[in-house]
Design a protein around this ligand. Structure first.
Ligand SMILES: [Ca+2]
Length: 178
């Protein structure tokens, strides 16, 4: 009797899990590894970190956290394809400095700060309390040698002023099962 009840419970649980694959609202992009949805947000005149976070919250999300190479690459990909740039493209994330040490950081969404992808010599200024990603290098006439130290910064992190206006920011929210 007990085992048949257990089977029913397992079967019911399986049907609930299997019937509804995770999905994202329209305009959001799904990443299976994190079962989360991501959206590049923009605003005329740009967004600083608090303005970007407020916009993410209004969309039921937070500025993105980053926890793995796969998630980092995914965020760079959607940010780079969101605009046609001929200059540096920096993308604002939900990283916030909490102190003066290089390890003193947290994510706005409350998840652990358990992964880093800093550019060489970054973070470098304790008054730079936000975290940006160098998502694109768009100087077409410049080769990587003339970019010098910046060539090694592409797709890596930098600490930056939180009141700097950004073209791009990325919001993140859990996927839903409907
Ligand atoms: Ca910096």
């Amino acid at each position: 009797m007990f085992s048949s009840q257990l089977l029913m419970v397992v079967g019911l649980a399986a049907s609930i899990v299997c019937c509804c694959p995770p999905s994202c609202p329209s305009g959001w992009t799904y990443l299976e590894k994190t079962t989360s949805c991501y959206k590049v947000i923009k605003k005329e005149g740009g967004l600083d970190q608090s303005e970007a976070q407020a916009l993410c919250v209004s969309l039921g999300s937070n500025l993105t956290s980053i926890h793995s190479d796969e998630e980092h690459d995914f965020i760079n990909d959607i940010a780079e394809t969101s605009v046609n740039v001929s200059t540096w493209l920096m993308t604002m994330t939900g990283g916030v400095r909490t102190g003066g040490k290089a390890t003193d950081w947290k994510w706005i969404d409350g998840t652990p700060f358990d992964y880093t992808n800093w550019a060489p010599k970054m973070p470098d200024n304790d008054w730079q309390t936000a975290l940006q990603v160098y998502t694109a290098v768009g100087y077409p006439s410049w080769d990587s040698a003339s970019l010098g130290p910046y060539s090694t910064s592409h797709r890596h992190w930098d600490d930056i002023r939180a009141d700097k206006k950004f073209i791009n920011a990325v919001c993140k929210r859990p996927a839903t099962r409907q």
